[in-house]
Design a protein around this ligand. Structure first.
Ligand code: C5P
Length: 248
């Protein structure tokens, strides 16, 4: 790992140059941050769990035809991914009011939304990833109209699939955040266009997951809100998904 060239270091992941052109290695750290990195901790084993959970989710989404950056898992903490140009947006999809939406709109956490809602935030750490309107995306050219349509359509399909997948193991998908990237498409003439594909990760760091019976939080809110047993909750998600063997 240390021999590879580091391309980027984020709050929870590091990207290294991959073995082939057009590939990267995504390394999952144990670091956890919240509130735009004002709160920090190291949670033993979180990176290993997120690597496995994100692999599982990306593979399931690939099976239903969602194009993703995931190629293969390399080891406990690393996966090989396609190199993309990240679209500078965080796409959030919500089924139940929680977090910033509940706060912003004065709703009770846990109130079911009349329908799934897709929101966009600008990826800007220095501004705290502000909520933006589609109008801003068009006006500032952060994504083209067709890219935006594709992102919204994919987000709703991902939501449908994940709601079913988690529902099957007794977990309610409250909301989640995803990111997309542009994959260059080339032929003998060079780069001839781009395909929008799912990038980054999908894990309990980026989703709200509540136990269906008890509403117990099985996600990063355990860290944000000092509820304790963070990695235990992530382990429970991995176990229910069948990634880890149940502890006897
Ligand atoms: O905080 P908020 O309610 O806006 O978060 C909505 C969803 O997006 C949550 O599942 C949260 O974990 C995720 N999120 C994220 N990264 C961010 C902001 C939100 O993964 N920077």
């Amino acid at each position: 790992m240390s021999r590879r060239k580091q391309i980027y270091e984020g709050k929870a992941k590091i990207l290294y140059e991959g073995p082939e052109p057009g590939t990267l290695v995504q390394y999952f750290k144990d670091d956890a941050t919240a509130f735009n990195a004002q709160k920090k901790a190291t949670l033993d084993g979180k990176g290993v769990l997120n690597n496995r959970i994100s692999e599982f989710v990306m593979l399931r989404l690939g099976e239903i035809g969602i194009p993703t950056h995931f190629l293969k898992r390399l080891n406990m903490r690393e996966q090989l991914i396609k190199k993309v140009e990240i679209i500078p947006l965080e796409v959030i999809c919500r089924n139940v009011a929680a977090g910033t939406m509940a706060k912003r709109l004065g709703m009770e956490e846990g109130e079911k939304l009349p329908r799934s809602v897709v929101e966009f935030c600008l990826k800007r750490d220095d501004l705290g990833d502000p909520l933006i309107a589609e109008e801003h995306i068009h006006a500032f050219g952060w994504a083209s109209s067709s890219e935006l349509d594709e992102m919204i359509a994919m987000t709703l399909r991902i939501n449908d699939h994940l709601q079913g997948m988690f529902g099957g193991i007794g977990i309610n998908l409250i909301d989640f955040k995803i990111e997309f990237g542009r994959l260059p498409l080339s032929n003998e003439d060079g780069v001839v266009g781009h395909q929008v594909i799912l990038a980054d990760e999908i894990s309990p760091d980026s989703c709200r997951l509540w136990d269906r019976e008890t509403n117990k939080k099985l996600d990063k809110d355990r860290f944000r809100r000092d509820l304790g047993e963070v990695t235990e909750a992530y382990t429970e998600v991995a176990t229910r998904l069948g990634i880890l063997k149940p502890q006897s």
